[in-house]
Design a protein around this ligand. Structure first.
Ligand code: COA
Length: 711
């Protein structure tokens, strides 16, 4: 099968699963209160236009429908089957569904891997795979779709209608959010519960929802992605905006980590990186997931950074200004011609800067004129409109004229968000705005955050078109030889010299280093490399070389080499009796530069992951580091440099010359390729420190570490 036809086939199957026309309910029950009863009742409650087949061996009719003993007794096709029988019966049901040619199972049943019964889950998936049946769940609430009038779940009702669709790993959260859509007035078209994700996962849902014309934003509630790379690939491909909330962001496995990178690579940092690389806008809590999802589902991306704020109250204007700064859209003063135009529509004591304050006297006409003028001005990229309820104005009248102003501006490609701060009347206006396609909120910072999401979306989407470092080049032989030799000796930790050989095989600029076993060899190596040199102990048993007196810097002649060699050897022996000492590394004394650290770990979900930060206290005390999933493009490498707190140091703080960013970007990119190529072998690695020199002068990897995976 060609890849495009297999893609189509996969799509047809998911369509059958998530938009079924013929739907069986296996375990449908006639007993009110039982899950199989509730699900069937819910399916029938909302005007679902498909055909429903209740399946139960002991019943003949439930809720007025004919009941079948098995799916095999149904004459026609079945697209999907909702499974409501106990876990121990699911394998047999999956077998029957497979034979029947059912495309997908919606397995509500709990009691699988989430309670340690992994084998039951694997059996269910194995049977389904044999027949090409897809499995949603198990351990889910079900699926809901407003546009299909289908509630195939045990959540009590369909959500308030909206344009985003939600995919959630937590079933309880779906039920809770379902109810919350009504009082928030922020709805969903679809709510899909993915539960244990034994088969259908976020990547499948994201791709399928991207093709769904009723979904204009994909909202994700994520606890843990199983196949991170597949997820990133899918998210990068889709055009529909995605907003995700990642729960459980405490540092995982940090205690057991053997390197800086391992200790710093918490789930929060790695997911943040994955989202950035796949164009996903982040939400940091449930409220923000609703608010950002609403804006992304209704408004176009914000293509530039010029946000304008229009208000009738100074206080909310200040709050919005603070929020703009916080969310990365600091306000700039409006151009003089725009200010002049706005001054025509406000009292003398108003302000036409940014925020523009129409004052409490602002009537509907001023709002109309200003909204139109602001949106039409080329400088403006996005607009937040604030209104405080006063007894001088009628909120709905103001709302209507704002809407008209937006429409009459003809600028449908610039995003707008609204905050009406007040009581019941303002609340009604918010619902009205949302119906008209305008994201509207009860406080100013939510509106600003919403527009910031549209800006982030625009920036992230530009990035995902970046060029990734080319895969598929042969792994350098030198790297393979070093790793094979280390493994043959039963070791997992490479010596510095070995690690540098691997780095060097990828063309990374390491400080020249030679292993010397004798004093004479050390002198020869020092002469070959050129003075001054550094001497360091090489022993897999001594990780902290300085503590063992194992590092001597700035050695300038033959005699100094000899005495340093002797001191190091003696120090090492007394530091750890019986240590396996391989010799002394003679290394080029690289001129000092700005110290940075690069590191890598294998993340359980996303695989090889790169860390970057400034060295020394920046990494050790301030933990000022950032991550990306390998491979890292040059663009992403540049963003890594920009987003650490210490960015100004690289840019040339306090009159210093800027550092060589191009060389650094190249280093990050090639390093990311190296750890991907060698992902079967390398568990953790770092280049620490790397000295980065002035722009145009490159950099040097001064020390390197590689720890191999267990075999
Ligand atoms: N085909 C069809 N129906 C079958 C069947 C088969 N092979 N074998 C049994 N049934 C029927 C039963 O007779 C029963 O119908 P009845 O009420 O007419 O007797 C029905 O299926 C359900 O079986 P039952 O044994 O009564 O199970 P139950 O209703 O007590 O529990 C689940 C079933 C699925 C609700 C339960 O196992 C479960 O998983 N609950 C948790 C659900 C959950 O929390 N999901 C995650 C949410 S996030």
């Amino acid at each position: 099968m060609s890849s495009s036809s297999s893609h189509e086939a996969k799509f047809r199957i998911l369509d059958g699963l998530l938009r079924p026309k013929f739907l069986a309910v296996v375990g449908a029950s006639g007993t009110p209160g039982k899950l199989g009863y509730t699900v069937l009742k819910n399916i029938l409650a909302n005007g679902y236009e498909g055909t429903v087949f209740p399946i139960n061996p002991n019943e003949t009719e439930i809720l007025g429908l004919r009941v079948y003993k098995s799916v095999l007794d149904v004459a026609g096709d079945i697209d999907a089957a909702v499974i409501c029988v106990p876990a121990k019966l699911c394998a047999q049901v999956a077998e029957e569904c497979g034979k029947k040619g059912v495309r997908g199972l919606i397995v509500i049943t709990a009691g699988f891997s989430e309670v340690g019964r992994k084998n039951l889950e694997e059996e269910l998936v194995a049977i389904s795979r044999r027949y090409g049946t897809r499995v949603l769940g198990p351990n889910i609430v079900g699926i809901m779709s407003n546009s299909d009038k289908l509630n195939a779940s045990f959540a009590p009702f369909l959500p308030f209608p909206g344009k985003p669709s939600l995919v959630s790993q937590s079933g309880a959260l779906i039920v809770a959010m379902d109810a919350a859509t009504y009082f928030r007035g922020i709805g969903f078209d679809k709510m899909i519960s993915v539960g244990n994700m034994a088969d259908v996962d976020f990547a499948d849902c994201v791709e399928w929802l991207d093709a769904d014309s009723n979904t204009t934003c994909i909202s994700l509630y994520i606890e843990g992605v199983k196949n991170g790379r597949r997820f990133i690939d899918a998210a990068r491909r889709v055009r529909t905006p995605i907003v995700a909330l990642k729960a459980g962001v405490s540092a995982q496995g940090a205690a057991a980590a053997a390197s800086h990178t391992g200790a710093l690579a918490g789930a929060a940092k790695v997911y943040e990186a994955a989202f950035k690389q796949s164009g996903i806008v982040e939400a940091d809590n449930l409220n923000v997931l609703f608010d950002r999802g609403l804006a992304l589902s209704l408004q176009p991306p914000m293509r530039g950074g010029n946000l304008f704020i229009l208000t009738n109250g100074g206080g909310v204007g200040v709050l919005a200004t603070d929020a703009a700064e916080k969310f990365g859209l600091p306000l700039q003063s409006a151009p003089a011609d725009l200010q002049a135009e706005l001054r025509k529509h406000m009292p003398e004591y108003g302000s036409a800067k940014n925020p523009a304050d129409l004052t409490a006297m602002a009537g509907k006409d001023w709002y109309y004129d200003c909204v139109k003028a602001i949106l039409r001005h080329a400088w403006v990229d996005g607009l937040v409109i604030l209104y405080c309820e006063t007894s001088l104005t009628v909120p709905m009248e103001v709302a209507q004229s704002i809407h008209k102003g937006i429409q009459d501006s003809g600028m449908s490609d610039k995003p707008v968000a609204i905050a009406f701060v007040g009581g019941e009347q303002s609340g009604e206006c918010l619902h009205w705005f949302i119906e008209k396609g305008l994201p509207a909120y009860d406080v100013p910072d939510k509106a600003v955050n919403a527009v910031a999401a549209l800006r982030e979306h625009s920036k992230l989407r530009m990035l995902v078109t970046e060029i990734l470092p080319e895969p598929g080049k042969p792994i350098p032989e030198a790297a393979q030889d070093v790793i094979a030799a280390v493994r043959a000796q039963g070791r997992r930790v490479l010596t510095e010299v070995e690690a540098k050989e691997v780095f060097a095989s990828y063309g990374l600029p390491v400080a020249a280093t030679v292993l010397a076993k004798t004093e004479d060899a050390a002198v020869k190596a020092a002469r070959d490399i050129g003075f001054p040199v550094v001497l360091k102990i090489v022993s897999p048993d001594i990780l902290h070389k300085s503590d063992a007196g194992g590092v001597k810097l700035n050695i300038k002649d033959d005699d100094a080499v000899r005495s340093a060699f002797r001191n190091i050897m003696a120090g090492a022996k007394s530091y750890k009796a019986g240590a396996n000492i391989r010799g002394v590394a003679v290394q080029q004394m690289a001129p000092a530069g700005t110290e940075i650290i690069l590191g890598s770990v294998i993340d359980p979900s996303f695989g090889p992951t790169v860390m970057f930060g400034l060295g020394g206290i920046f990494v050790e005390v301030l933990k000022d580091v950032t991550f990306r999933i390998a491979p890292v493009s040059l663009t992403q490498a540049g963003r890594m440099m920009d987003e650490i707190e210490g960015a100004p140091i690289l840019a040339g703080a306090r009159g210093e010359t800027p550092r060589d960013r191009d060389a650094l970007a190249e280093l990050i990119t090639v390093y990311s390729r190296m750890i991907m190529d060698l992902e079967d072998d390398i568990a953790e690695s770092d280049a620490n420190p790397v000295f980065v020199y002035e722009k145009g002068r490159g950099l040097k990897v001064v020390d390197a570490r590689i720890i191999l995976k267990k075999r």
